[in-house]
Design a protein around this ligand. Structure first.
Ligand code: NAP
Length: 320
């Protein structure tokens, strides 16, 4: 479609999501001179902002707090003219009069854009066991950085065996008297270096092949019940804090009808971040992929912005 045939629109690119993928896409798109709006959810925060320490982001050997790293991403993108809006997107649909335009509803406003980058991230998965919801904020937590300092000299439980669970278990040893990692298998999924540190840490103990079946307490958590995976035998672990890190669920509700998703509801893309819908790209944790890191999210963001730039140029009848 040539430029002459394009109807009025507000933006070349609208990015949905304010994490590392979204802000990197924003940096690249704004710096490329594209009129770009980044809408970051008012009701959710990027998971990275509640991560205590990132020590594997290249170029920052001393490590950095997730919130501080995100501020650096943001300031760099704003410097190049990225526009931002802190509101939740409630709908995305093809414009009724032009298939080249996507209508994005944000609060009581609607914006027309040539392309969209979904960088909506993911949220912590819940176990769905009795007591989990009841004691949320009263001993049950999904954020060690936020709540760890409340557990000075107390016993806490960490559920899960992935990178997050082990990294956060290590972090919790700065406060807790004892950290018991409850994992459903007899080996961890976490990276070797984290495993090595956890096994060397005297404050960390493991409850292997165990499923948490109930969080117990009165006003606050007093412990958990676990069941042996093989025998089903029940036992109780006394603890005042229960930190649950059993993976994530992608924020892709907006895209269920529009895009092809995998079995876990992650958005399927090609290597260039193109989704199943022309003009919609996806980047970061909401995308189906093997490895979810700040660096991979940032890489996705750069790729998505470049693909969107090519797409928008094509729509305007400009070759790259
Ligand atoms: P994850 O890798 O999906 O691990 C989830 C853990 O929870 C697994 O050990 C899994 O057990 C367990 N689990 C899942 N559902 C469960 C259930 N219903 N009951 C009991 N246990 C359950 O998730 P993650 O640790 O949050 O990591 C997500 C991604 O972020 C990964 O790609 C990871 O590499 C990355 N990450 C990286 C870093 C870092 O490099 N510093 C830090 C944090 C996260 P099984 O092992 O038995 O499946």
């Amino acid at each position: 479609m040539s430029k002459a045939k394009l109807p009025q629109y507000d933006y070349d690119i609208i990015i949905i999501g304010g994490g590392p993928a979204g802000y990197t896409a924003g940096l690249y798109a704004a710096r490329a001179g594209l009129k770009t709006l980044l809408v970051e959810g008012a009701s959710t925060v990027s998971q990275i902002t509640i991560t205590d320490l990132i020590e594997n982001y290249p170029g920052i050997p001393e490590g950095i707090n997730g919130f501080d790293l995100m501020q650096l991403f943001k300031n760099q993108a704003l410097k190049f003219g990225l526009e931002t809006l802190a509101k939740d997107v409630s709908a995305i649909k093809n414009n009724a009069f032009s298939p080249a335009i996507w209508d994005i509803t944000v609060g009581d406003k609607s914006f027309k854009t040539l392309s969209v980058i979904a960088a909506t991230g993911a949220q912590w998965r819940k176990l769905g066991v009795p007591g989990e919801e009841e004691f949320a904020g009263k001993g049950v937590s999904y954020c060690a950085t936020c709540d760890g300092p409340f557990y000075k000299n107390k016993d806490v439980v960490v559920v899960g065996g992935g990178d997050t669970a082990i990294q956060e278990a290590l972090f919790l040893t700065h406060f807790a008297k004892k950290v018991i990692v409850v994992h459903r298998r007899d080996r961890l999924r976490a990276a070797g270096i984290l495993q090595k540190r956890a096994f060397a840490e005297k404050k960390i103990e493991f409850a292997w092949k165990a499923n948490l079946t109930e969080v117990v307490g009165r006003d606050f958590v007093t412990g958990i019940k676990i069941a042996d995976v093989e025998s089903g035998k029940l036992s109780e672990i006394p603890a005042e804090g229960v930190f649950i890190f059993v993976g994530r669920i992608p924020h892709t509700n907006l895209f269920h009808v529009l895009l092809k998703l995998d079995a876990g509801a992650y958005i399927i893309t090609d290597d260039n971040m193109r989704t199943s819908a022309a003009g919609i790209f996806a980047a970061g944790d909401c995308r189906a992929k093997q490895f979810r890191q700040v660096i991979t999210a940032a890489g996705d963001g750069a790729n998505a912005a470049f693909s969107a730039e090519l797409y928008v140029g094509d729509m305007k009848g400009q070759s790259y």
